[in-house]
Design a protein around this ligand. Structure first.
Ligand SMILES: NC(=O)c1ccc[n+]([C@@H]2O[C@H](COP(=O)([O-])OP(=O)(O)OC[C@H]3O[C@@H](n4cnc5c(N)ncnc54)[C@H](OP(=O)(O)O)[C@@H]3O)[C@@H](O)[C@H]2O)c1
Length: 207
């Protein structure tokens, strides 16, 4: 099994790469700057490129069985890397033999905003509005495709350890300030690789 990870230098992306290697997968990290990726391993291939470049994405997708994305704008409140990246990845996959994709988006995107606790809802609709619009556009590309997609909607991300002790599902019970560690998001995304019941579904993940 060969897994290609976009956003591999981000804090969740690095977790996906390292946990995937521990599970024995052949991992490929798509990165803008290889120096930002601390992991080196015989089963790790590094591809340098920018996800806004369709040709680079097309070349990267070739030869992989599963694509994962933890793309994002980092601390920036603007940017469209999620939507442009998703569009380029979807287009590249539709031209390739690889059909399985697991994408990390965010709880609160699209209709899930109706389930967000009130305080967070205000923040998502004001301060983080552009980020959520970007993600909604990206999700639309994915949902309109014929790919075997799974969308993961984490609640607020934290840098805690992998616990494997979390709740997932279309609609789960979360508190007022719900949290999940990036390590557990990576654990869940890797568990979805072989989960045929998760195809064309969105899963919320939270403690
Ligand atoms: N913070 C939260 O509470 C929260 C909650 C739910 C969901 N999320 C979402 O979860 C996702 C992952 O978050 P995170 O904090 O782990 O990661 P992050 O800090 O947003 O990292 C994003 C990754 O995307 C890469 N990237 C950005 N632009 C790129 C481009 N043009 N070409 C190639 N790669 C590019 C970055 O590469 P560089 O290292 O080169 O910059 C980095 O590896 C994000 O979409 C975030 O919005 C966040």
């Amino acid at each position: 099994m060969k897994i290609l990870v976009f956003g591999a230098t981000g804090p969740t992306g690095q977790q996906i790469v390292s946990q995937g290697l521990e599970l024995g997968y052949k991992m490929t990290a798509f990165v803008r700057n290889s120096e930002k990726l601390a992991i080196r391993h015989p089963n790790l291939t590094i591809i340098t490129g920018n996800v806004v470049d369709p040709k680079k994405v097309q070349d990267a997708v070739k030869g992989h069985d599963v694509i994962m994305s933890a793309l994002g704008n980092g601390r920036s409140l603007k940017g469209d890397v999620f939507s442009i990246g998703s569009m380029n990845i979807v287009n590249a996959m539709e031209e390739s033999l690889c059909k399985r994709i697991i994408i990390m988006s965010a709880f609160g995107v699209g209709n899930s905003i109706n389930e967000v606790p009130i305080l967070l809802k205000i923040i998502y609709k004001t301060l983080l509005k552009k980020t959520f619009v970007d993600k909604a556009i990206g999700e639309r590309y994915l949902k309109q495709s014929n790919l075997d997609w799974t969308l993961v909607h984490p609640v607020i991300l934290a840098n805690g350890p992998k616990t494997t002790n979390y709740k997932t599902g279309k609609c789960i019970d979360i508190g007022e300030i719900p949290k999940i560690s990036r390590a557990d998001v990576a654990d869940f995304m890797l568990k979805l690789v072989d989960d045929q019941t998760s195809l064309r579904r969105t899963h919320v993940i939270s403690y």
